[in-house]
Each structure stands twice: as C-alpha cells, then as structure tokens.
Design a protein around this ligand. Sequence first.
Ligand code: NAP
Ligand code: G4F
Length: 339
Amino acid sequence: MSAQKNHSGPKRNGAPQAGQPRRTAVITGVTGQDGSYLAELLLAKGYEVVGVVRRTSHDSYERIGHLLDRLHIVPADLLDQHSLTAVVRDAKPHEVYNLAAQSFVPTSWTQPVLTGEFTALGVVRLLEAIRLAHPEARFYQASSSEMFGKATQTPQRESTPFYPRSPYGVAKVYGHWITVNYRESYGLYAVSGILFNHESPRRGLEFVTRKVSHGVARIVRGRMTELRLGNLDARRDWGFAGDYVDAMWRMLQRPEPVDYVIGTGEMHTVRELCEIAFGHAGLDWKQYVRVDPAFVRPAEVDLLQADAGKARQELGWRPTTSFAELVTMMVDADLERVK
Ligand code: NAP
Ligand code: G4F
C-alpha cells in the first residue's frame, strides 16, 4: 500500500471552539510519571481522557488518584493485541499517546526479552490497533535519548545516528523506526518525540534523580546513613516532566507529522546532582554518598545533551525549569513526604 495522507480533523490549537465536540485522547502508561502529567494537561484543555491501565493485583493509581473522577480508565496490556484494538475501536480517539513501556534501563539487562515485548513490540501492536480500528487517530510514540547511546555527535539532534547501549535503547530504536515506517507505509499521522531525561517529584524511586532526592530526605529524617550510587561521572540533560508533556501535545497539533528532539540543552553530572540535592538540605554529599559497583551498568551512556532547536523554532517549545529548580523541588517534595 502506498503512503496516503490521512491528516484530517478539527483545528487543534488548545481548547475546543464553541460547538465543536470534545476531543478524545488515549494515554497508555497513564499511571506512570509522564502519563499523570499528560492527563492533567489534556483535562485542562478540555479533552476526554481515556487512560489505559494493565491489570495488577493492587491498584497503581498513586500518581493519578486526584484525577480518577475525571478519567476513563480502561484495561489493556501492551502484550495483548486484542485489548489494544478494543480500546482504540471503542474510544475512536483523536490522539493516542503511547507512554507505556518497561522504562528502567538496568532492568532491560535482567529482563531483555520482556523489555523487547513491552517497549518494542508493544509499539507495533498499538500501531496495528490504530491502522485497523481507527486510522484517523494521531499517534505519539515516547522515544528516548537512550537511542543515541554512545553518541557519535554532541549535542544530539534529530539527524544524529542511533547507537543504543542497552536492551532498552535497542527496543526504543525499534519503536522509533516502526512509528516512522507506519507513517510512511500507511500515511498514519504518527510521530516520535525523542525526549531526554525528564524528572519530577513523581519520578520512580529507582531513577537516579529521585533516588538522590529521596535518599537526602531519608538521611535528614534519620532513616538512612548513606546513599549507594553507581557512576557519578555520567552526564545527562535533565528537565522537568511537566514541560515535556506539553511538547508531546504540541507535536500532535502540527499540520504534518514530524519527529522532534526535546531537552534543555544543558548537561550535568550525577556528582553535581548530589551536590545540589544534599546542599539544599544543608549537607555535604561527600559524607554520605558511596560508590557501589552493583549500580554500575554493563555498558554506560556517558553523556547526553539535546539540541532542541527544531522544537524551539517549529513548536515554540522551551523548558521552564532550571536544573537547580528541578532538584530542589524534588528534595522539598521528598522532605515533605518522609516525615
Ligand atoms: P514510567 O513512570 O516507568 O511509566 C511507565 C508506564 O508504563 C506505567 O504506567 C506502567 O504501568 C506502564 N506499563 C508498563 N508495562 C505495561 C504493559 N505491559 N501494558 C500496559 N502498560 C504498561 O515511565 P515515564 O518516565 O512516565 O516514561 C513514559 C514513557 O516515556 C516511557 O515509554 C519511557 O520509556 C519514555 N521516556 C521516558 C523518559 C524520562 O526521562 N522519563 C525519557 C525518554 C523516554 P504500571 O503503573 O502498571 O507499572
Ligand atoms: O536515572 P537513570 O536510571 O536514567 P537513564 O538510564 O538515563 O534512563 C532514563 O532516561 C532515558 C532518557 O534518556 C529514558 F528513556 C529512560 O526510560 C529513563 O527514564 O540514570 C541516569 C544516569 C545513568 O548514567 C546511570 O548510570 O545515572 C547514572 N547512575 C549513577 N548511579 C545511576 C545510579 N542511575 C541509577 N538509576 N541508580 C544509581 O544508583
């Protein structure tokens, strides 16, 4: 089948105009960090939001508890084609955001096959659901700067070659290219946002920023005496998750589907993260942080730094939160929680 343009639909500039029907968005991964911020953003814009949740023996609504009375929660799993097709068929959404994934890099070495099933093949299952049940939907794929891995140029932009360094990164490369391929093969409005690290007080506890902010809070409250970390020299481009979900939305409002890199353009080491986080609590990080080889990765991504110039120009997107503001916000939130 040759590529066909299929990009009809109402003008998408924010809240629906009077007399226009409410727009519907499906979010996979709505219980995750980004899913919770995106659901807030879309509800504020007047969307009907359908959140896809996989079945577990206990609920995972910690991040979206405050939104539950305004969300439609539907069950489906990235591993199950039929459940995904049913969600798309029933919701007939204007927009689908695929945020669900096995997203923790170290786990991708211990569970590489499952990571491939969720993070790579999950994408094509959802694209098939859209192609077969509702091809008018606009599709956002949560691609990652981990795809640049052992980066061949710095800063990294849309044209930088991929060199993934973990099974997670490899799976994301598949998700990226299958999104491009469905756009080119079937004319779907499918875009890939290549997002650099973004964090918040809702970040999972195992990621380094939250591990540090939570560690600081536990040390301050006398629950812990030291914090064990891996590579302190690793450099990342860290931004605030609330800013990044706005970029996702902006990508789906363009007349044509285009992929973008999103990041702050600033790079910091894990060591600097520790300095700011412990310093904010009046502590000297060197007295508490210990390097533990158990947290060093089999293959490391040494540095990531975004060139988000294209997003700045074409989407009008800019980060609003500095690195120091992000870190202190996370430490304050954890100090409040760990009482
Ligand atoms: P997260 O907090 O780990 O959330 C992942 C979400 O995926 C959770 O809602 C999880 O549900 C869901 N999920 C996992 N496996 C699933 C399955 N088999 N079926 C249905 N749902 C499943 O991740 P995040 O930080 O919000 O990131 C969102 C997306 O952006 C991910 O795809 C991630 O890889 C990508 N990304 C993140 C960053 C970043 O810095 N945060 C940067 C680039 C790309 P449960 O609650 O049930 O576990
Ligand atoms: O916080 P991290 O685990 O994030 P990582 O591996 O960069 O991945 C995150 O960002 C990606 C975007 O580039 C997403 F796609 C992915 O889903 C995830 O959200 O580790 C950041 C850096 C690494 O270099 C790691 O080696 O921190 C270093 N680090 C040092 N000590 C540590 C630790 N990371 C963790 N998680 N725990 C440590 O003790």
